[in-house]
Design a protein around this ligand. Structure first.
Ligand SMILES: [Zn+2]
Length: 86
């Protein structure tokens, strides 16, 4: 991995694992929307995965927080052809 990423927690404290030095490529599937992503490896406490701002900004999903539902209705053409419907 060419670049190292300094990791801070949500409360701005340094992550105990330090810099991110590894990532994997994997498919991320949310409802019927599946994309291939780089997933950076670090310690997240009791969480398995955290979705970053860049992903949310890029796909701009409509999220119903009360029903825990996601809809990808605002994707631009540039990412729509890369997504896989399942
Ligand atoms: Zn998208």
């Amino acid at each position: 991995m060419a670049n190292l990423y300094k990791v801070v927690n949500a409360d701005s404290t340094p992550n105990k694992e330090g810099q991110i030095i590894e990532y994997i490529q994997a498919y991320v599937e949310i409802r019927s929307y599946k994309t291939r992503q780089h997933l950076f490896i670090t310690q997240l406490g009791n969480k398995e995965m955290m979705i970053g701002y860049s992903y949310l900004y890029k796909h701009n999903p409509t999220i119903n927080w009360q029903k825990s539902q996601w809809e990808f209705t605002r994707c631009l053409n540039i990412c729509a052809y890369k997504a896989y419907k399942t």
